[in-house]
Design a protein. Structure first.
Lengths: 661, 149
């Protein structure tokens, strides 16, 4: 009965999205305040209904209600409570319900906190958000209903895929979805602006916090997914250029570009047409990612099930939303007036350069991800596009971008003096050069590129720090007054510096972990010791152990450095009983920012076991850098200027726009 | 600078970046992609030494031989032809005899495929798509249409 209640709430929500799709926008076009006023309460109601059905599904999982097909297929009564809970979105239907939940959540946020928006913009934005919601709720009801019952309930379920039975499943998908789906609201704002034919600096100011919020979560979600794959899969890799990873990375690249172009629009009213297009692209790439991951065109741990009807349905939604919004764009964008002229060398110019490289890099990832699928569909030829492709395309496009990062914030708006900008970056450049030379000296000339990579990362980080230092003029006005200025810096300046520092850290982690990693693969017997990067690792023996829903063979290793015991690691091989599926649990010892990574292969019967040992210098910086980037976004969101006093567009301009129509 | 010159600079630099990106993509598509081949295709057409390919099929029953130093030898079959493979490293969790596998590497001068990566399934229920289709081509596919989970 409860389950039917959740099902009913979902159907009711669909009906409400249809109301929301029509009334507010009709009201906005007819200038009818009563119709527009429908939007905020309905957006909250939608959220409540979807939340109810999500809670009901969660309840079915927690109670192991095996009369529900979805629970039977993905749960087991012996599964630990945490995984019963996270298992709700560890499958196709449940994860789509979470997707929709976040979609309507963002609608509700605009409904509740959008009080400072013009009434018509809010109404149309919420209507557009409802169109997207209607499409995806219909997708749930028609092809992926999580509430389907079965006639003869079995006594036990099939259990959740063991790879997903990890704390990572509690964190990664919700973070990623908030990011992914969060861009829907930017999309809705963009489409609303096109429909209303009005777009200005104030629009950018309203949209930027939403973009920042989504970007912040997407960054964390991608980083979390990467760390999860790193420790769970036992391959020691943190990024595989897997199409599923690319599916989340493309919206991130486009979203990063959008963040930056929205600054230009907010401050200088330039790049309007481009910013709107980028907002549409970013969410389109989110939709494309959903299609790639959920339709089953890819074989991956993320593709839970393959049902052709689902693929076709999502492809249909994809065509309607992307095609529709781009057509609208083609029709309405020419009437958006361009403003704010700028010289090529200026803050705007720098941000344009940022956008160019980010979109070009995004296009490279797009081609690498979709080319094999298209080629297979057209010619039947099967190819794989892996890391070498992306290293050759994505890598070179990132280098000039990173080189330019420190210049951006020190250039002035409209027209900048490159010489003066260089002067402010002397120290950063010197430090980068010094560390490049030190790396060459320490590692020799056999690795030509890696020290340059280290230098590049240091350049980005030092540039971010020197930007703050020169802004508060520590050296000119003394420490005390400088500190006061430091605290008084606007949040967005802090945000930019922190995020840029974060990207530098991530790059440093990537360069050191890939170039200076040490690896051994060998067969070890109890008592054997292997030496790697100054650590002696002794295999002490293996013993079986029982977990709640698995059995495992645990290898015991002691790690010594110069004879002193520094850590004991217990990597294991698990067999999950319900599915008889093995998984590898790596043993990881973190020392400073570096890690020793141990994973086991199959045992050989006579007590010997295959072992893979890595030393990964500074690898944790990759994820720490991502966390710092998101922290930068938090600082930017907290900027007072984005919250209060968003200037009302000048009446004169509104009139001239109306005349242009 | 006049307005026109500014616009030209903007369009010019955009064009230049995009041209470079396009060039990189085209070069990479020529040199960095890896073709998937079945044992039959390799046996019949041969492979240039040193050319990276993806080899997929089933791990032949009884063919897996482990030696010290984490080396493994096995044969990949599509039931019509087989190719011998060597691999040094940790095999994926779901690597089993009689099950689907995709390996990537080069064919050595002795005709043995030297793999540097071995991928098995993410889940016990499905066979890699390429393998399923290669097996279908040999007429030895008995499973349901597509993969199920």
């Amino acid at each position: 009965m409860i389950v039917e209640f959740g099902h009913y709430a979902l159907v009711l929500a669909f009906a409400l999205t249809l109301v929301q799709s029509v009334l507010p926008i009709w009201g906005a076009l007819q200038k009818d305040d009563r119709l527009m006023a429908v939007a905020p309460p309905v957006s909250v109601m939608l959220f409540v209904l979807i939340l109810l059905s999500f809670i009901v599904l969660t309840g079915a999982y927690l109670n192991s209600d095996f009369s529900v097909l979805n629970v039977v297929e993905n749960s087991h009564s012996a599964k630990p409570l945490l995984y019963k809970f996270t298992g709700v979105w560890g499958n196709h239907e449940g994860s789509m319900l979470l997707w929709v939940l976040i979609l309507v959540f963002f609608g509700a946020l605009v409904g509740v906190f959008g009080g400072n928006l013009p009434a018509d913009l809010r109404a149309v934005t919420l209507s557009v958000q409802a169109w997207v919601s209607a499409g995806f709720i219909l997708f749930l009801l028609a092809t992926s209903n999580p509430f389907t019952r079965i006639v003869n309930p079995p006594l036990e379920g099939a259990d959740l895929n063991p790879i997903l039975q990890d704390i990572g499943l509690a964190i990664h998908p919700p973070l990623l979805y908030v990011g992914y789906v969060g861009f829907s609201i930017t999309f809705s704002f963009a489409v609303a602006a096109l429909i209303l034919g009005r777009i200005d600096a104030a629009w950018a100011r309203w949209v930027r916090p939403w973009t920042l919020l989504a970007w912040c979560f997407l960054t964390l979600g991608i980083a979390m997914g990467s760390y999860w794959a790193y420790y769970e899969l036992g391959w020691g890799g943190w990024w595989f250029w897997d199409p599923v990873e690319n599916a989340s990375f493309m919206p991130w690249l486009a979203g990063t570009a959008l963040l930056h172009s929205a600054i230009v629009m907010e401050k200088r009213e330039a790049l309007k047409v481009w910013t709107v297009l980028l907002a549409i692209f970013t969410f389109s790439l989110s939709l494309l990612g959903t299609f790639l991951v959920r339709s089953g065109v890819l074989t991956s741990v993320h593709a839970f099930a393959t049902d052709p009807a689902r693929g076709v349905f999502i492809l249909g939604l994809l065509c309607i939303f992307i095609g529709g919004s781009l057509s609208l764009y083609a029709w309405r964008a020419p009437m958006l007036k361009q403003g704010g002229l700028f010289a090529p060398i200026s803050r705007e110019g720098g941000l344009v350069l940022n956008n160019l490289f980010l979109t070009a890099a995004c296009a490279a990832v797009f081609v690498g991800t979709l080319y094999p699928l298209v080629l297979d569909a057209v010619t039947g030829e099967k190819i794989s596009v892996g890391a070498p492709f992306f290293n050759l395309t994505f890598g070179p496009l990132m280098v000039p971008l990173l080189l330019a990062v420190p210049f951006g914030p020190v250039l002035s708006w409209k027209r900048a003096d490159l010489g003066a900008a260089c002067q402010r970056l002397y120290a950063a450049f010197g430090l980068a050069l010094l560390l490049t030379l030190v790396t060459y000296w320490a590692w020799g000339m056999d690795k030509v590129l890696a020290p340059l990579g280290v230098g590049l990362a240091v350049w980005v980080m030092a540039g971010a720090i020197s930007e703050i230092v020169t802004r508060v003029k520590f050296f000119e006005i003394g420490f005390k007054r400088g500190f006061a200025r430091l605290v008084g810096l606007p949040g967005s300046a802090w945000g930019a510096a922190i995020a840029h520092f974060g990207i530098g850290l991530t790059v440093l982690g990537i360069v050191t972990a890939s170039a200076f990693q040490e690896e051994r693969v060998l067969t070890m017997r109890p008592g054997d010791t292997v030496e790697l990067a100054g650590y002696q690792m002794t295999f002490e023996g293996a013993a079986p152990r029982r977990g709640p829903n698995y059995t495992e063979e645990v290898g015991h290793f002691s790690i010594r450095q110069g004879g002193a015991l520094v850590a004991e690691l217990d990597p294991s091989k698990r067999i999950y009983t319900a599915r008889q599926m093995p998984t590898t649990e790596a043993g990881i010892y973190t020392t400073g920012f570096s890690q020793v990574y141990l994973s086991l292969g199959e045992g050989r019967g006579d007590g010997a076991v295959d072992v893979r040992v890595y030393f990964k210098p500074l690898i944790t910086l990759i994820w720490i850098g991502c966390v710092i980037m998101s922290l930068g976004a938090v600082f930017s969101i907290a900027d007072r200027r984005l919250r209060v006093g968003a200037p009302k567009p000048a009446r004169k301009r509104q009139q001239s726009m109306a005349a242009a129509e | 600078m006049t307005r026109k010159q500014r616009r030209l600079t903007l369009i010019g630099s955009a064009g230049a970046v995009l041209a470079v990106a396009l060039m990189l993509i085209l070069i990479a598509l020529r040199s960095e992609i890896v073709f998937f081949q079945s044992p039959t295709e390799i046996t019949q057409n041969g492979v240039a030494p040193g050319q990276r390919i993806r080899l997929g099929g089933l791990v032949e029953e009884g063919s897996v031989v482990r030696s010290d130093n984490a080396e493994v030898r096995f044969r990949v079959t599509d039931t019509a032809n087989t190719v011998a493979v060597t691999y040094k490293g940790i095999l994926p969790d779901l690597f089993r005899e009689g099950q689907g596998v995709v390996t990537e590497g080069v064919v050595g001068s002795d005709g043995v495929f030297v793999a540097d990566s071995v991928l098995a399934k993410h889940d016990e229920n499905y066979i890699p798509k390429e393998v399923a289709e290669a097996l279908k081509a040999q007429g030895h596919w008995q499973g349901e249409e597509g993969q199920s989970n």
